[in-house]
Design a protein. Structure first.
Length: 309
């Protein structure tokens, strides 16, 4: 209620990825296809991990949560973006805009924490194998996942409250395909320097500290692999390799967008496609194609299903 009082703007207009009609039609088909792959691929991983007896290690426990977060994360932005490719008037209500921004930061930040937890899991498995089962109990893993959700929620609340309390009195055109902090700060009719600094510090601190933890844990893992047998080394590298790929694909664009005060929004929205659509789509492929256990569990599940029919 307070938000509505200080803001004359009741809705925002999203510019989207392109204003060219032909390009929008191509994008509609392409992104609809991408989104279907995201939902189907990640859902398949969640179902496989839940229904398979042999995938009960912490690594797969975290992987199933990562896949679930990916579905939620891309569902915040992709369906609206896909629908907007077909309409002339790409509007979103003030409340809808703030809700979308909350969702993007909530699931995005949760994903960052889960990726960090997965790196710690790999570090423990490879560098401290004898203590692995006592360090990574189901209880500890559950607490780590809960911590990731809580961390994402706190981060998102800070971003959302700071932004939604700003006055918006027009213009109301957002040069993006979803509501995010930087585009909204540029539309506020007050000096947003202080809020901008807090927002960048909040996002940047999380992204950089998690990225630092990830890099350090992988350096330690790679150093410790020297003493392992070639078979053990190969197995460790294949699980870590897929993880490192996902981290680079997600963190690279994410850090680029949120670590600096935003000046070029059209550049930002092109980069955002990477972490809101491309990475969630590639995650299932990266994790399943390089992982024999997941592939065999999927085959067993498929054979059971076919056998029952």
């Amino acid at each position: 209620i307070i938000m509505e009082n200080v803001s004359n703007v009741k809705e925002f207009v999203l510019v989207g990825l392109s204003e060219n009609q032909g390009v929008q039609k191509i994008c509609f088909v392409m992104f609809l296809f991408f989104y279907m792959i995201i939902v189907a691929g990640n859902l398949l991983i969640v179902i496989t991990v839940i229904s398979s007896q042999c995938l009960n290690s912490p690594m797969y426990f975290f992987l199933s949560y990562l896949s679930f977060v990916d579905i939620c994360y891309s569902s915040i932005t992709a369906p609206k973006m896909i629908a907007d490719f077909l309409v002339e008037n790409k509007t979103i209500s003030f409340v809808g805009c703030i809700a979308q921004m909350f969702g993007v930061h909530f699931f995005g930040c949760t994903e960052i924490f889960i990726l960090t937890v997965m790196a710690y899991d790999r570090y423990t498995a490879i560098c401290r194998p004898l203590h692995y089962s006592t360090l990574m109990t189901r209880h500890v893993c559950s607490q780590m996942v809960i911590g990731s959700w809580v961390g994402g929620f706190v981060h998102s609340m800070v971003q959302t409250v700071l932004t939604s309390c700003l006055p918006f009195c027009g213009p109301n055109k957002i040069d993006h395909y979803f509501c995010d902090v930087h585009p909204l700060l540029q539309l506020a009719c007050t000096n947003t320097y202080a809020v901008g600094v807090i927002v960048v510090a909040n996002s940047g601190m999380i992204a950089l500290s998690c990225f630092f933890i990830l890099v350090v844990s992988y350096i330690v893992i790679l150093v410790s692999l020297k003493s392992q047998t070639s078979e053990g080394r190969h197995k460790a590298l294949s699980t870590c390799g897929s993880h490192i790929t996902v981290v680079i694909l997600f963190f690279g664009p994410c850090t680029f967008t949120y670590i600096r005060p935003s000046s070029d929004l059209s550049e930002d929205k092109n980069v955002a496609v990477f972490y809101t659509v491309i990475t969630p789509m590639l995650n299932p492929l990266i994790y399943t194609l390089r992982n024999e256990e997941v592939k065999s569990a999927m085959k067993k599940m498929w054979n059971r299903k076919v056998g029952n029919e």
